[in-house]
Design a protein around this ligand. Structure first.
Ligand SMILES: [Zn+2]
Length: 442
């Protein structure tokens, strides 16, 4: 007897489940993506019931709706585990100055002050309109779950307000938004100890609004001891940590993440094999942010006095190899923000992994789905096409998973289902009324 289901998505050229344990996959398992040819997925009550070949699925299930996706790849929808979603302003002039060598060299945080000023003085309605437009773009590019940090407030009070705004964005267009309190992002010019005290004092309130606390432990941000004080307070209040670690140089940020068993250590551009082994042991996901490496021109040498200056981070392919060898669970994120990564596209980030880190398509898919969900504590619920998980499914215009990674610079999404509801159809939002409403308000 056949079982009744709501929906069967059938005849996928290739179906990839990205399945694995809810804590994510590392090491050689990252290379083991096994596509199902002519695949299908059965959905009921917003959840995945079964995945297999189309023949197997149609043999076992009777569907109220059979959706034919001949010629298309089917995968889990994408997960973006690191964004600075709520902010005001753009910084294209700073980028142009960097590209054309009219900006002081190296990693500059100068432009962040501009974003802090604009964000802190913006009206809520402006901040929400910009964030909602970005969430729509993310969804149109296949992302169904997004982490969103604060970090551009000019005071701890503003940070808590931004955290409330961020929370209010959850589910507005179907995308799940996971908020993170990033009170310790940009250090003050003076009295750093008092600033750290104020961040710590805000943690009980932040803990009511968010399950995560981020700390920027980096040469241009906070040092190990400052970060360690904040980490201890966060853990004491039951918030898990995400760490902006070692972007500008080795700075013990990864050691901090391992010490406190952080959910995620992000950037990690200077991670050593020992750091990565420690993070594998502490169960910390290592989240690469290739959009920043790319946009900050870190693998492109500048021309100074008619001579080629060496690139800032030529070592990233070695980091890619060390990640595979260490057995740590890696993820990838956009780091969407107006300064160092103004992109909402997880497809773009997957495309940058082989080009900057020499990581292949199989690893890129795990990093953008199951492992990214694992870093947010959502690995039990989403991130892979496994029976019992939410029916968070992407249908692609290309027939094979490698093409999403190979064919850069365009959006390959055709349809997206979140919780069994189709939210993108043929490249368009299915709820344009909500989008129009936002257009009028924005
Ligand atoms: Zn960031």
């Amino acid at each position: 007897m056949k079982h009744d289901v709501d929906l069967v998505i059938a005849n996928a050229s290739e179906l990839i489940t990205c399945d694995g344990p809810s804590a994510g996959v590392g090491g050689s398992d990252l290379l083991s993506l096994e596509p199902i040819t002519n695949g299908a997925v059965a959905v009921a009550g917003g959840r995945i019931v079964e995945v297999g070949s189309t023949a197997q699925i149609l043999d076992r299930f009777r569907a109220a709706d059979i959706y034919d996706v001949s010629g298309c790849l089917v995968s889990p929808s994408l997960v973006d585990p690191h964004t600075h979603l709520v902010h005001a302003g753009e910084r294209e002039q700073e980028f142009d100055a960097r590209a054309t060598n009219r900006l002081a060299g190296g990693i500059s945080t100068g432009g962040i002050a501009e974003t802090v000023r604009k964000t802190s003085s913006a009206r809520d309605v402006e901040l929400l309109a910009k964030a909602e437009a970005a969430l729509d773009d993310m969804l149109l590019h296949g992302t169904g779950l997004v982490e969103a940090k604060t970090g551009y407030g000019d005071s701890v009070e503003t940070e808590l307000h931004l955290l409330k705004l961020t929370r209010s964005l959850d589910g507005r267009n179907g995308v799940k938004v996971v908020p993170t309190f990033l009170g310790a992002h940009i250090p003050p010019k003076s009295d750093r100890a008092a600033f750290v005290d104020a961040v710590i004092a805000a943690i009980p309130q932040a803990a009511k609004l968010s399950g995560f606390c981020d700390i920027a432990c980096d040469p241009v941000c906070f040092d190990f001891e400052e970060s360690d004080r904040i980490a201890a307070a966060a853990v004491q209040h039951g918030i898990r940590l995400r760490i902006h670690a070692d972007q500008a140089g080795p700075w013990r940020g990864l050691e901090l993440a391992a010490k406190w068993r952080a959910a995620s250590a992000d950037h990690a551009d200077y991670a050593t094999p020992d750091d990565l082994s420690a993070l594998a042991k502490s169960g910390t996901v290592v989240t690469l942010l290739p959009g920043s490496n790319f946009h900050m021109l870190e693998m492109t040498g500048a021309v100074i006095d008619n001579a080629l200056a060496p690139a800032a981070k030529p070592h990233l392919p070695v980091l890619g190899a060390h990640i595979l060898q260490s057995g740590c669970v890696p993820a990838v994120a956009t780091n969407y923000n107006p300064g160092s990564s103004p992109s909402v596209s997880m497809q773009m980030m997957m495309q940058l992994l082989p080009r900057l880190f020499r990581l292949g398509a199989s690893a890129a898919w795990y990093m953008a789905t199951l492992n990214a969900a694992a870093s947010l504590g959502h690995g039990e619920r989403t991130g892979s096409l496994q029976p019992g998980k939410a029916a968070d499914i992407a249908v692609w215009r290309v027939p094979r998973h490698g093409l999403v990674v190979e064919r850069f610079g365009m959006n390959h999404i055709r349809d997206v289902w979140l919780g069994g509801r189709r939210v993108v159809a043929d490249g368009k939002l299915t709820d344009p009324q909500a989008a129009n409403q936002r257009g009028r308000n924005g």
